[in-house]
Design a protein. Structure first.
Length: 384
């Protein structure tokens, strides 16, 4: 069962994308359009105040790289943050990730999810994205908190961070950054092109002019001419920024009980689901991309279960998903690592009629990769 907030979230998503009709929907769309005008005015005023120096933009004594987007919803920030942090770590820098801790149980100013050696929080305390980053990045501290200057200062002073990656921070204007990377989902570029709450844009598209680089994600799943159309659109607002293409490349499956152990887990080859009936389930920003990946791997989807982004699974929900898979003669359930961290451990370690596979993916950079690495080297090696 979805919570009331999640049910409202689903309804509003369908409403703004034209999937709801009738008089009530027409009235609500009108109200949302008016609210979007107010929201857009607020964004313009606040950004203008930062640009004029009326509001203070703080600077940390380290290099700061921001990863973000101009829309709400899943663009692949978490796996991209993992990949970039690993690259910079392997370049020899002490890197830390700042995450706001969306829907975390932690309410303090600075929450240390991981110091790079040990994880100190549960997924409930940290939030799913921050916990997953901590779990997948040994040697990289993960700090949560709304004010990135405060959490960044902690990372520098207590964890000796030399490079900080701000996750989901294109709109976090309180902190200066040396590199602004904006992720663009090749499958759902700018939503319906309306500002919140009428649409999914966090800012007007003209504000893309602040970006130093655009990272197009999941380009392998986009239509043939989509990439050039996206690039042409970006160039209208910012023709100076580097454009990089990336894919979310499947690596293997890991049975969830094995995945839970976390240390060199045994893997299941991708070919295991070739021609097999499977049931995917997820609570992510773009479930269609995840399900398309399964189809591309040769899996036969016999039903799927989708929850709103960041949903926390209950034991009853997992049992119901398992029963649906059994009823549809599925050979396995498949989910994402972001979902895996939120599945109750009692279900993971219970007697299950079917395996639950976690799809392990890796972000790979393609066109523009060398230029992006050069840009990162320039930023990280330049004197403070």
């Amino acid at each position: 069962m979805m919570h009331q907030r999640e049910a409202l979230q689903v309804y509003l998503y369908k409403l703004v994308h034209g999937e709801k009709g009738g008089l009530l929907a027409t009235v609500l769309i009108g109200v949302l359009r008016g609210m979007s005008l107010i929201y857009g005015l607020g964004v313009a005023i606040k950004l203008g105040m930062y640009r004029l120096g009326v509001l203070t933009c703080n600077k940390l004594p380290c290099k700061v790289i921001s990863l973000g987007n101009i829309t709400v919803g899943g663009t692949g920030k978490t796996p991209t943050a993992q990949r970039l942090a690993a690259i910079i770590r392997d370049m020899g820098y002490k890197v830390a990730i700042l995450n706001r801790g969306y829907r975390s149980g932690w309410k303090g100013e600075v929450g240390v999810v991981s110091d790079g050696s040990k994880i100190y929080m549960t997924v409930t305390e940290a939030g799913d994205e921050a916990y997953l980053l901590a779990k997948s990045l040994p040697g990289v501290p993960v700090i949560i908190g709304r004010n990135r200057y405060i959490t960044g200062s902690y990372a520098v002073n207590n964890l000796k961070a030399e490079v900080i990656i701000m996750d989901d921070a294109y709109q976090h204007w309180q902190l200066q950054r040396d590199l602004d990377i904006v992720l663009i989902d090749s499958l759902n570029v700018f939503g319906n092109n309306f500002l919140l709450p009428r649409g999914t844009l966090r800012e007007p598209l003209k504000n893309l002019d602040r970006a130093h680089a655009f990272l197009l994600t999941k380009v392998d799943q986009a239509a043939d001419n989509a990439r050039e159309t996206i690039k042409d659109t970006l160039a209208r607002y910012n023709d100076q920024a580097l454009v990089v293409e990336s894919t979310h490349t499947p690596q293997c499956f890991i049975e969830i009980e094995e995945w839970y152990k976390g240390v060199r887990p045994e893997t299941v080859p991708l070919g295991k689901i070739q021609g097999q009936p499977v049931l995917p389930f997820s609570a992510i920003g773009n479930p269609s991309s995840f399900e398309k990946t399964i189809i591309d791997l040769g899996g036969e989807i016999v039903g799927s279960v989708q929850f709103p982004d960041h949903h926390d699974y209950t034991m009853a929900e997992m049992q119901a998903i398992m029963q649906k898979a059994v009823d549809n003669s599925a050979r396995a359930l498949i989910t994402t690592d972001k979902d895996a961290v939120k599945i109750p451990s009692e279900f993971i370690h219970s007697e299950r009629p079917l395996p639950v596979y976690v799809l392990s993916i890796e972000v790979r950079f393609h066109d523009g990769y060398a230029e992006l690495m050069e840009l990162i080297k320039q930023v990280t090696s330049h004197g403070s």
